[in-house]
Design a protein around this ligand. Structure first.
Ligand code: S3P
Length: 189
């Protein structure tokens, strides 16, 4: 079935896709931006343009804390107030106050996947500094354990294992439209 573009308000809220590395944020953001005909941003890409080097090199040169500062700046200053689909780097939502910041600028959905799926999707890639470990599986488990609580409160959660991207996109669309309806109701109450 061909997807239809839902009727959105004139200035629809941003959609932020969050979640661990390899959960499909960038692919789904691309699908939804095309489907809804809305601008697409990727925080890693924005930062790479700003610092003029790949994320991995920036991590090596300046450390993770400097990268997190740029991620905050990216959301605070570079992401427009509405209408945009934003794929967030996997750790963006983790520092204190970032969940709240995202929620204040749009609707947030958090994607989840099993360690096996994450491992499969991120194997053979070298651009993620935090996964350049001797034992990537152990690193993924360790990071997930540390971050899990925050992901759980980072927005409506979707388990992506065993679902196709179009199916997950439908799910995100339903969550987004549901939240829009809830806000509209709240506004007239
Ligand atoms: C990171 C995730 C990456 C990127 C950086 C750090 C993380 O983005 O921002 O390597 O801390 O989880 P993706 O989730 O798009 O891979």
């Amino acid at each position: 079935m061909k997807p239809t573009t839902p009727a959105f308000p004139k200035t629809p809220p941003n959609l932020f896709l969050t979640g661990f590395m390899g959960t499909g944020k960038s692919s789904l953001a691309r699908i939804l931006a095309e489907r809804w005909k809305r601008p697409l941003l990727d925080t890693d890409y924005l930062i790479e343009q700003y610092v003029r080097m790949p994320v991995r090199n920036f991590f090596e040169k300046n450390g993770e804390a400097a990268f997190r500062d740029l991620e905050r700046r990216c959301i605070e200053e570079w992401v427009p107030a509405n209408n945009t689909i934003v794929a967030c780097g996997g750790g963006l939502v983790i520092p204190d106050g970032m969940v709240e910041l995202l929620k204040s600028k749009g609707i947030t959905v958090c994607l989840f996947a099993s360690v096996e799926t994450i491992l499969r999707r991120t194997a053979h890639t070298t651009h993620r500094p935090l996964l350049q470990a001797e034992n990537p599986e152990e690193r993924i488990r360790e990071l997930l354990a540390r971050r899990e609580k925050i992901y759980m409160r980072a927005g409506a959660g979707i388990l992506t294992d065993g679902r196709t991207f179009p199916e997950i996109a439908d799910r995100i669309e339903r969550i987004y439209l549901g939240e829009l309806a809830r806000r509209a109701k709240e506004a007239v109450a």
